[in-house]
Design a protein around this ligand. Structure first.
Ligand SMILES: [Zn+2]
Length: 139
């Protein structure tokens, strides 16, 4: 995270207070002497986007699914055998996304967790789209 001066409104008197850089924890308001908590540890969404872990979590399951498809094409060709590989890839994407999301949650690695969840959401959206196309083409 970048070193930025943290300015907040006091929850008691509403006065503008400068907490200095990388402020977190308990503070005494210099205006009303009331104490309040401020935690700058929670990263913003923008911070998360700049974290490598987010992109690893978001892209790794997709790339893995793609490489399984490519591997299936090379080994099985485009016959029935390929369907098994495609099926593995179809299952692998959301499962790996979920595993990364859970790992990020357990290990308190927020960017990784968000990456996995984004990947999971994209994979679900992708399959909904896929089945919608299948349904429409069978009409
Ligand atoms: Zn105050």
């Amino acid at each position: 995270m970048a070193d930025v001066e943290v300015e907040v409104d006091c929850p008691h008197c509403g006065g503008r207070i400068n907490l200095g850089t990388n402020a977190s924890g308990a503070f005494d308001c210099p205006l009303c002497n009331e104490q309040f908590e401020w935690n700058s540890d929670a990263p913003s969404f923008l911070d998360i986007l700049f974290e490598m872990g987010f992109w690893i979590g978001a892209l790794a399951p997709f790339l893995l699914a793609c490489s399984v498809i490519v591997l299936g094409l090379m080994i099985a060709g485009d016959g029935w055998g390929f369907l098994a590989w495609a099926l593995v890839s179809v299952v692998l994407w959301p499962v790996v996304s979920l595993a990364i999301g859970l790992y990020g949650y357990v290990a308190a690695r927020v960017p990784l967790m968000f990456g996995g969840l984004v990947s999971l959401a994209v994979s679900i959206g992708f399959y909904l789209l896929f089945w919608a196309v299948v349904a429409v083409s069978n009409l």
